[in-house]
Design a protein around this ligand. Structure first.
Ligand SMILES: Nc1nc2c(c(=O)[nH]1)N[C@H]1C(S)=C(S)[C@@H](COP(=O)(O)O)O[C@H]1N2
Ligand SMILES: [Mo]
Length: 385
């Protein structure tokens, strides 16, 4: 017996039709576009250089864009699976070897689809893994996810342009229309085409709801995928714990000091010194790049007030944590955040001394900022101007 790859004629279900693929494709295109745009926002927000300063208002902006990013990315998973299923026979089409011109065109089109599928699967898979805090890779997630997003969106534009006539035709005719079907795609399945589409929308909706609870408190109970929803002191989840950051000793030591420096001027403040400075309270969210977010009422010292202690001009501030290693040990608090009156070095959350896991003795909390930059266990602020 010889094992042969299937040919398109082996696929007989009438559900595998451009009429279905185009309709699922519209939603997939919308989901990918939302992911792309909100991803650009997130990349900009995390860029230490920021040629155009990231705005500090509205304070909940990043919470919304990043929540949307992860929700639409998750909803895209069932859409992509159904879409791939409907076009599967295409992967087994034989290239038109006898006609060089058609061969070239088909090869180019297939290559662009290959790139699109590979990039799309890569983005959704790494995104899901990231939002469940599983990093089984050595490359930088942000740089790679960002680069591949450009590849995907480029390939998507090419794909839509090439298929535009078929897409337009499929969308303007009835869902059961057979004009663009392969000749063998005639067998009725367990579902009607409309039934398959409804099931797909439902699956996308369920995936979205299952994720949304990490950002939308009222949905918490239905969100089985919302991994870090509302547990942790004051209802705010904990990402990196004090134990895993290795700071339990240094953060609670009587020798703890916050150093504020500008050039050769510096001051050194104990936890009590910080408590003796004017205190301000702001309601601001922690909005993690993984999509979860939660709002808290933070009390502490304005970063601007601290910089005034060393008569520093405004400028980017280098923030250093007690944490000994790890990518988020040192972060940059850009000028516009350092100036903003809502930006605090928080000492308390919901009226209670900050817990060790939330960053005791003090942590950065600034409006409209990715959680990853809200540095905990801060021990040094240095104005770079
Ligand atoms: N020093 C330090 N600060 C840190 C982190 C870290 O790993 N180290 N994680 C950040 C991330 S990814 C998030 S989402 C927030 C979460 O803050 P929380 O644990 O208080 O909710 O802390 C940020 N601050
Ligand atoms: Mo985060």
């Amino acid at each position: 017996m010889r094992l042969a790859a299937p040919t398109p004629e082996h696929f007989t279900s009438r559900l595998r039709s451009p009429a279905v693929a185009a309709r699922v494709g519209v939603w997939l295109g919308i989901a990918f576009s939302i992911c792309f745009l909100t991803g650009l926002v997130s990349h900009w927000a995390q860029d230490p250089g920021q040629p155009i300063p990231f705005p500090t208002s509205p304070s909940w902006g990043y919470r919304v864009t990043q929540g949307l990013h992860v929700i639409t990315g998750t909803a895209a998973v069932p859409l992509l699976l159904v879409k791939l299923w409907t076009v599967l026979p295409k992967f087994f089409e034989r290239p038109p070897l006898r006609d060089p011109r058609r061969l070239l065109l088909t090869s180019l089109e297939r290559a662009s689809i290959g790139v699109l599928v590979a990039a799309g699967v890569f983005l959704l898979a790494t995104g899901l893994m990231n939002s469940s805090q599983w990093y089984p890779w050595a490359f930088s997630f942000r740089a790679t996810h960002y680069a591949v997003a450009w590849i995907a969106i480029g390939a998507l534009v090419v794909h839509v342009a090439v298929k535009l006539p078929v897409i337009r035709d499929a969308l303007t005719s009835h869902v059961d229309d057979t004009r663009h079907d392969r000749p063998t795609a005639v067998e009725p399945g367990a579902l009607s085409r409309r039934g398959l589409l409804r099931t797909t929308w439902l699956a996308g909706g369920v995936a979205a709801l299952a994720t949304a609870g990490s950002a939308v408190p009222v949905l918490r109970d239905v969100s089985v995928l919302g991994v870090r929803s509302g547990d942790g002191p004051a209802g705010i989840p904990i990402n990196k714990s004090a134990v895993s950051a290795g700071v339990t000793g240094t953060a609670t030591s009587a020798a703890y000091r916050l150093e504020v420096a500008y050039g050769d001027r510096s001051v050194s403040l104990s936890h009590d010194d910080l408590l003796a400075l004017p205190q301000h309270t702001e309601t601001l969210p922690i909005a993690c790049v993984e999509g979860w977010s939660a709002s808290g009422s933070w009390t502490g010292v304005r970063v601007a007030d601290l910089l005034d202690l060393v008569e520093a001009p405004r400028g980017d501030v280098r923030v250093e944590s007690l944490q000994e290693s790890g990518p988020f040990r040192v972060t940059t608090l850009q000028d516009q955040f350092a100036r903003d009156e809502r930006t605090l070095l928080a000492l308390a959350l919901d009226g209670e001394t900050l817990s060790l896991d939330h960053g005791f003795p003090c942590r950065v909390i600034a409006p409209n900022r990715p959680g990853v930059l809200q540095t905990k266990w801060v021990t040094r602020l240095e104005v770079q101007a």
